[in-house]
Design a protein around this ligand. Structure first.
Ligand code: PA5
Length: 427
């Protein structure tokens, strides 16, 4: 049967190592699922898909239809957990060049403080019919707040009174500057639940509204995640791939592997890696602990970083995401002249050649002492993406608890903000 699979055969991990770590993993899983661990008040994501507010979800679909009918483009304003999940899903499902091939076009802002980025984005969208989706749980994040101020002004200039019909807000139920502005201006708002932190919020309106606005099948996404909730709650170490992934990561880390590289072979997955990096980096990197999450896009990066992975410091392990089936593919054409000597692969699909590249790379890296883990999904669609996101979130929670850190807070993020605000003279 088609399903997400996890394979640790290339990990160089022994049965003995797995047997040894098993009790720790099971204890961590129990803490997480029974909500007995630290910061368990932020584990609302565990079963959120099974208790989605039907009315709010209906409202998301109505809003998405409005966006699709009235916009050439929408701009998603947000940073970190407030936009990475939606961006990952939109790019993975709509695919490469989606803004050239699909409507509405989607642009991102509020994720940096670059004036030139915003200036150019404004040029791009100036003559289009646009909507804005602004996402900020706290409602006070500087990057997002500045971009919103700029785009609000633009929208008001362009649409006058009607601007408010084109601005949609996802924020806290009661507090924050964004909530106050929304109440005053009468923007349509959706709620980020109190018990779910940014990087675990992709299945809430934070992810669902932009995904639906982009034309993704959110019903399927939710179904996939529900299947993850059921399957990955099993308390059986050898049958639960979240437990095995969490175990493998911790074993490798304890052996001195400080860096986990998320590898993908499809450019449309690049933003999944960005979402994954935030999830694990912000959840585990604290108290002097944590695996540094990095990402590489193969085969492209084999021509830049491949050398380091193969022969550099032995502090790396790789987690590769592979996709088994493709709706769109290309064949290498046959050429009578064969000047380029490629006829030996003529007639083969690119997906086949890409897979051979993966197998060759995987072998070379494990021979070079880079342990490899493999996660494969049957095909890239909303269902398996929802399930994949859940797989990673649950694995991350288990892994964090195993490593005795709090996976649901991010105190370190405040340090740069404190300095920046002081330097900006904020009172
Ligand atoms: O995962 C997190 O909690 C963070 O990455 C936040 O999502 C990010 O800092 C944005 O915060 P906010 O949604 O409050 O603007």
């Amino acid at each position: 049967m088609e399903n997400i699979k996890f394979n640790l055969q290339g990990s160089l991990i022994t049965e003995e190592e797995l047997r040894k770590i098993q009790p720790e993993i099971m204890e961590a899983q129990e803490k997480l699922l029974d909500r007995k661990g630290i910061s368990s008040e932020y584990t609302g994501w565990l079963d959120y898909v099974n208790r989605i507010d039907k009315k709010e979800y209906e409202d998301i679909k109505i809003t998405a239809n409005y966006i699709k009918e009235n916009c050439d483009a929408f701009i998603l304003l947000g940073v970190g957990g407030s936009y990475l999940g939606a961006k990952a899903a939109i790019e993975a499902i709509r695919g490469d060049f989606h803004n050239e091939l699909c409507r509405p076009q989607i642009y991102y802002a509020g994720q940096n403080l670059s004036g030139s980025y915003l200036k150019r984005l404004i040029q791009v969208i100036r003559d289009k019919e646009v909507c804005i989706i602004v996402v900020s749980k706290s409602g006070t994040t500087l990057e997002t707040a500045i971009a919103f101020r700029i785009f609000r002004e633009l929208m008001e200039e362009k649409y006058k009174e009607k601007a408010r019909e084109r601005i949609f807000v996802v924020t806290d139920r009661n507090k924050g500057a964004l909530k106050s502005i929304s109440d005053i201006e009468g923007y349509k708002t959706f709620v980020v639940p109190d018990d779910i932190g940014g990087r675990y919020s992709v299945m809430t309106p934070v992810g669902l509204l932009p995904m639906a606005g982009a034309g993704l099948n959110t019903d399927e996404f939710i179904e996939g995640m529900k299947s993850g909730v059921e399957e990955y709650s099993i308390r059986d170490f050898n049958k639960n791939i979240c437990c095995l992934y969490a175990a493998a990561r911790n074993i490798l880390n304890r052996r001195g592997k400080e860096i986990e590289i998320f590898v993908n072979y499809e450019p449309y997955s690049i933003s999944i890696a960005e979402w994954w990096k935030q999830l694990f980096g912000e959840s585990e990197g604290k108290e002097g602990k944590g695996i540094f999450p990095a990402s590489l896009n193969f085969t492209t990066d084999l021509h830049s970083m491949g050398q380091y992975v193969q022969e550099g410091k032995e502090i790396i392990f790789e987690t590769t995401l592979t996709v088994e089936n493709f709706d769109e593919d290309m064949e290498v054409p046959y050429d009578n002249n064969n000047f380029d000597k490629l006829n030996y692969i003529a007639g083969n699909k690119l997906s086949y050649i890409n897979h051979k590249a993966f197998q060759g790379t995987f072998l070379a890296h494990s021979e070079g002492k880079v342990p490899g883990l493999v996660i494969s999904i049957p095909r890239m669609n909303e269902y398996y993406l929802g399930k994949l996101f859940y797989f990673f979130m649950l694995s991350c929670g288990i892994s964090g608890y195993t490593n005795k850190v709090d996976p649901f807070t991010q105190p370190g993020v405040e340090a740069y903000k404190k300095n920046m605000f002081r330097l900006l003279g904020k009172s």
